[in-house]
Design a protein around this ligand. Structure first.
Ligand code: ARG
Length: 459
């Protein structure tokens, strides 16, 4: 097969060399964006008198036929034609004849591929933002059902203070809110058109870059042609927003895995998101949560991979940059899959309220309440801390908990203790009373849920 750029060559590469250099295996993912970009380009060419209207119509008609074929999955690609751009140009010429060769006037694959990827990410980022929102809705739904579900809150994975389970879930709501913001803000930089930058230096033809940008729904154009074809920071930004999002999902995965263990038994994941063991009949494994935790690694890897590819590249385009695509596609697929799984897992999981509550009873996570109690009565907090610390030690030595000590024993230590300490020690009361802004008090949690719902509605 003759190369579309074959004029200058006297001999062709061996097949395996061609295969090594080709990107069609993965960049066929950009078929729709490439055709969309070509239609905008050819429309602009004729609108500005660069090619005749008649030729433009023929080309456009051919491109639209290719769009139909793509929709029906009827296009076939050849590795000999290297990439999606040359495959489509060749398919176009097969349909419309030599006039198809006019499509590439005033254009290079360098601005073409950059345009394709901007169009692609624009669509995918919108999908991802919507899926983040759906996961947030699932969190809010579970939170609403669990405002007064009391569980141990942890620091250092040691029981620290009792909290509302809804408060814990809502923590992730706000992380996701920032994640969504990051993606949406990056849209400002994705939504710029590189088209018309040519290979690197612009073109001698009287093109109108603003026109193609408008046709393609871009907000503006890259100001510098070299920058337009060699910049991939919009992909890096996408990969880093994705890495941060996946880090959040990975932390929630870890919590789901812990919570569904026999040791915690705080939740039970629905059968549809768990798997069994081929040998141990009793097993129900939180595979999906584990997999998302694991897939976080590949997204970080994709970010590091592209940063490394780009490091030290001189301007403008270099073939190294063909390596920008697989990590981007892989990340899109991973992020979309993970968000969908999570929304389903959250909605369908069973919350074991009694287990959670039980866990707050037989421990010392109410010790702060007692220290606050004393300091509320004028004892300096440091002193109160020391007193309660001693009481905890007494309990540990006796093998009991703070609520089990008789009032006399409290009074011996400090006469300020009254019998209302037993209410204060109750985990439910402990949560209820943490009514500072953003705290776990039920009233605060309800407020936060309302705020969250308003936010989701406004979007
Ligand atoms: N397949 C190439 C890529 O993805 C398209 C751009 C090729 N440009 C070039 N001058 N070889 O980077």
């Amino acid at each position: 097969m003759k190369k579309l750029w074959g004029g200058r060559f006297t001999k062709s590469a061996e097949e395996w060399v061609d295969e090594f250099g080709a990107s069609i295996e993965f960049d066929q993912e950009l078929v729709n964006e490439d055709l969309e970009g070509s239609i905008a380009h050819v429309t602009m060419l004729s609108a500005n008198g660069i090619i005749s209207e008649e030729d433009a119509e023929k080309i456009k008609d051919g491109l639209m036929q290719l769009q139909e074929k793509a929709a029906k999955d009827e296009l076939s690609y050849s590795v000999k034609l290297e990439d999606i751009h040359l495959n489509l140009e060749s398919a176009l010429t097969d349909i419309v004849g030599p006039v198809g060769g006019k499509l590439h006037t005033a254009r290079s694959r360098n601005d073409q591929v950059a345009t394709d990827m901007h169009l692609y990410l624009k669509k995918q980022v919108a999908v991802i933002a919507q899926l983040i929102k759906e996961m947030q809705e699932a969190l809010v739904e579970q939170a609403e059902a669990n405002v007064e579900t009391v569980m141990p809150g942890y620091t250092h994975l040691q029981r620290a203070q009792p909290i509302s389970f809804a408060h814990h879930l809502m923590a992730y709501f706000w992380m996701l809110e920032r994640d969504k913001e990051r993606f949406e803000e990056s849209m400002k930089r994705i939504n710029l058109s590189p088209l018309g930058a040519g290979a690197l230096a612009g073109t001698t033809f009287p093109i109108d870059r603003y026109q193609t940008a408008g046709f393609l729904g871009f907000d503006g154009i890259y100001e510098n042609s070299l920058d337009a074809v060699s910049d991939r920071d919009f992909i890096l930004e996408f990969l880093s927003s994705s890495s941060i999002l996946m880090m959040h999902l990975s932390r929630l995965s870890e919590e789901f895995i812990l919570w569904s263990s026999q040791e915690f038994q705080f939740i039970e994941l629905d059968d549809s998101f768990a798997t069994g063991s081929s040998i141990m009949p009793q097993k129900k494994n939180p595979d999906m949560a584990e997999l998302i935790r694991g897939k976080t690694g590949r997204v970080y890897g994709n970010l590091m991979g592209l940063l490394t590819v780009l490091k030290g590249l001189p301007l403008a385009y270099n073939k190294d940059m063909q390596e920008d695509k697989e990590g981007m596609f892989d990340t899109v697929k991973t992020v979309i899959g993970s968000l969908k799984i999570f929304a389903g897992m959250i909605k369908s999981m069973k919350v074991k309220k009694q287990q959670m509550e039980k866990a707050t009873k037989n421990d010392f996570s109410n010790a702060t309440e007692l220290a606050d109690y004393l300091s509320g009565k004028g004892v300096p907090f440091r002193e109160a801390h020391e007193i309660v610390g001693k009481l905890v030690l007494t309990c540990v030595q006796k093998g009991c908990f703070l609520g089990d000590l008789p009032l006399e024993e409290y009074k011996d230590v400090n006469p300020l203790f009254e019998d209302d300490i037993y209410t204060v020690l109750d985990p439910y009361t402990a949560v209820e009373r943490r009514n500072s802004a953003g705290g776990t008090g039920f009233a605060q949690v309800k407020l936060a849920i309302e705020k969250a719902k308003t936010l989701l509605k406004e979007e």
